[in-house]
Ligand binder design. Sequence first.
Ligand SMILES: Cc1cc2nc3c(=O)[nH]c(=O)nc-3n(C[C@H](O)[C@H](O)[C@H](O)COP(=O)(O)OP(=O)(O)OC[C@H]3O[C@@H](n4cnc5c(N)ncnc54)[C@H](O)[C@@H]3O)c2cc1C
Length: 412
Amino acid sequence: MYFDVLVIGGGPAGLAFSALASDMGLTVGLLDRQAKTALSKPKNDGRDIAVSEASRKIMANLGAWTMIDGADISPIRSAKVVDGDAPFALNFNPGSAGADKLGDIISNHIIRRVLYRVAAQKENITWFTGAEVKALSRNANAATITLADGQVFSSQLAIAADTRFSGIRRDAGIKADMHDFGQTMVVGRMHGTIPHNHVAHEYFRYDGGLAILPLNNDIASVVQTFCAEQAAQFMDMNDADYARATQARLKGLMGTLSCTSKRVAYPLVGVYARQFYSQRLALIGDAAVGMHPVTAHGFNFGIQGVANLIEHLRKAQARGLSLGNIGALKAYNTDHRRLTWPLYQLTEKMVGLYTTNTIPARLARKAALHTAQAALPVKDVLMAKLAGVPVSKVIASKLSGKFPVPPSLPRF
Ligand SMILES: Cc1cc2nc3c(=O)[nH]c(=O)nc-3n(C[C@H](O)[C@H](O)[C@H](O)COP(=O)(O)OP(=O)(O)OC[C@H]3O[C@@H](n4cnc5c(N)ncnc54)[C@H](O)[C@@H]3O)c2cc1C
């Protein structure tokens, strides 16, 4: 069977790409190893995703945003980053940039569900579920994939959206830099008796990271990072013990805690592909850039990369070029690296700094936070990106003196 595009992986990136490609009038073969019900009614996987304004707009253009129940969208009004138990916090207040929130939090299974619904409405997408892709081969004219059951499909272009451990990327011989952080993230929802006022908190504690993603009704997604051994202990606790232990780590920030969901553990591995394209192949989503979740950008980068690739394919199509046009794929590669590389590097460095407990590392952490608070534009550029306001607006308001005066660097 022949398609214009074959998409391997029906996660958020693969689904969004397939829907947009279908809107270009292309025939799409969408393959995922999961069963149809697992894709159409995805189970809660514990991930609560901080969605940036840019990603919200892409989802809105796809028609996916209005499919989400308002009660399932939790705004992030501001955020604080705290080093250890120090009183100093790096504050992210979008009001100073003329925005009323930093972004919205939506459960990953809801994102998957609505993107599935959008893609399911497209007539020119052919679904292959329960389909394990085993091999990819390419030549100047076509990309061909073979399934585990022996079926063979060809296309002008193949899209790898098959997780950060992409088998397609490997088949194509594309190298990737992988960083096993030797840590596991434990995520679960908890209710607190003290209102969080929709302020997100990120604590870089000496005994492991701790983040609070504020959800509606004073529930929060509590994200804790440990070494694997400790993570297993926290996963094994009953709800009451887990709530008590977490409450102690939060030092009463949310009052008395109770668990409102099951917990899920994620081993942390960052991945950055050396190239996001090859002959008749493009990598998208985590297959291109698998971020450490601490800076909340894996999904955001994924969907922005999809919009970017579609734009370049549209231009190639308008010029009568093949979808596998190498110039279009190179342009996507350049744009997506420009978007993702700085934050990927920053995240790697930051996590490195916060998983080292030597005295110089602790001092460097404090200096980094104070510098980020004081320095233009490190913090402000990140905030502008999340809130979707022009960086120039943030800088102008800071220069006009409407910004709080940054504290001077601490003396150690
Ligand atoms: C705890 C946690 C919190 C996070 N928080 C945030 C956040 O706040 N903000 C943010 O932007 N991102 C966040 N992320 C990252 C985000 O969840 C991912 O970046 C995103 O889900 C990746 O989507 P994807 O479509 O690339 O891949 P996936 O969702 O991994 O989907 C890949 C699909 O490919 C299929 N597949 C794989 N191999 C094959 C094969 N051989 N044959 C057929 N099918 C195959 C799989 O079945 C799967 O359906 C978080 C991640 C974690 C773990």
